[in-house]
Design a protein around this ligand. Structure first.
Ligand code: PGA
Length: 253
């Protein structure tokens, strides 16, 4: 079986270098577990060096966004070259917290193209704000996916990762984690959308992750037979114990 994918999204934490060091020290104790997965850590830029130094044996570096201009001077931005030189492999794009700040799917699509040109794997996030009985969220998912992947060639589809992150399940205001049946439904639906856009073979090549309140208690059940290839983890990635629980649950047979 292919290795599952586990991505830590540290967001804007921890708040000090010392805390980041201690988190990395804790994570390192379970390096053998993380090596059984494709593990990525996407820290704030300030901790890139620490993560790429201390976690290089078991996790690859991720960025939480990408500045899409490739040439020119842009005060306050971190360019693609810097990310490349730090060894970034995966770039989280279109996270709902960035979309909430005004990022549009068109901008996400542009960033996807820039990321691919730079040799990064774009990890494209999508997901509805809320769920209605009439299943309207499926239409939302279709439109958001279609717009976020606009301009992508069929042959490029195998170079991206998707992350279904329903906003109602994310962060400390989450109403809860998704149930496995609903997650399977979304996985099937996403495959259908991708098949319509790019054809079946290309659609089969894209790993789909889930994110939103993933922890050691639900990671096992959400891994089994739901059609997802791993998780994008926020809160539980900021504690070595919780993150290890997620990884261990994913590996359980
Ligand atoms: P959460 O965040 O795991 O804290 O719900 C997930 C995410 O925003 O990627």
């Amino acid at each position: 079986m292919k290795k599952l994918i586990l991505v830590a999204n540290w967001k804007n934490a921890p708040s000090s270098h010392e805390e980041a060091q201690s988190l990395l020290k804790g994570l390192g104790k379970k390096r053998l577990v993380y090596k059984k997965l494709h593990t990525f850590i996407a820290p704030p830029l300030t901790y890139f060096e620490s993560v790429s130094g201390k976690a290089s044996g078991y996790a690859k570096l991720g960025a939480q966004d990408l500045f899409p201009e490739e040439k020119g001077r842009f005060t306050g931005s971190v360019g693609v070259d810097i990310l490349k030189n730090f060894g970034v492999r995966v770039v989280i794009l279109g996270h709902s917290e960035r979309r909430a700040l005004g990022e549009t799917s068109e901008e996400v699509a542009r960033k996807v193209r820039v990321a691919l040109r730079a040799g990064f794997t774009p990890l494209v996030c999508f997901g509805e704000l809320s769920r209605e009985q009439d299943g309207e969220h499926f239409e939302f998912i279709r439109e958001e996916l279609q717009a976020s992947l606009a301009g992508l060639k069929k042959s490029e589809l195998s170079k991206i990762i998707l992350a279904y992150e329903p906003i109602w399940a994310i962060g400390k205001n989450a109403i809860g984690v998704i149930d496995p049946e609903s997650l399977s439904e979304v996985a099937v639906f996403v495959k259908k959308v991708l098949t319509d856009l790019f054809g079946r073979a290309a659609a089969e090549s894209v790993p789909l992750l889930y994110g939103g309140s993933v922890d050691g208690r639900n990671a096992g059940i959400l891994t089994k037979n739901t059609g997802v290839s791993g998780f994008l983890v926020g809160r539980a990635s900021l504690s070595p114990e919780s993150f290890a629980e997620v990884a261990e649950a994913m590996l359980q047979k």
